[in-house]
Design a protein around this ligand. Sequence first.
Ligand code: SF4
Ligand code: SF4
Length: 184
Amino acid sequence: MQALTNKAKQVDRAAMSFMEKMYLPAIIKGMSITFSHIFKKKPTINYPEKTRPFSPVFRGMQILNRDAEGRENCTACGLCAVACPAEAITMEAAERQTGEENLYREEKYAAKYEINMLRCIFCGLCEEACPKDAIYLSETFTPADYQRKQFIYSKNDLLIPHPQENPEAYKKALGNRANKTTVN
Ligand code: SF4
Ligand code: SF4
């Protein structure tokens, strides 16, 4: 029969020696490898009591941003949804009404904004496409769940806490971005 590759290896069918039949050398060799790891530094940590610091370029769960006055930045232009290679983002736009200037920064806003986290590949293209600094990938990962529908994140799940009503949570959600200049 013609071989498809040149990786075929002839099986050694020679009779086992006395030492090989005892299996002891192989067992001792295996145990010595096991014991040699006992004194090495353990790569595992006791999560969630301990957490590892993320890389500065870590891309986690999306956050919908507000400006310093707490108004939503998103103007529902749809550029993030167009840029998303996984088609994970859907939204519905609405017109800002008189009296809502303290809620939404632009004349148009996202009445509904959803991200399907089961589709998201955390590429960050939505953040790069956004002209309003309205979405960014945070230093938090998406929590595990048992039901698929729980991974459809709504606007309420994604919106950053209000900077004036809950400054501590706002600063925490900003993470490393707190040290960077915000583009408006
Ligand atoms: S991170 Fe990438 S895949 Fe996820 S929503 Fe943004 S553009 Fe889509
Ligand atoms: S998050 Fe940015 S890109 Fe996406 S709809 Fe809002 S303003 Fe447009």
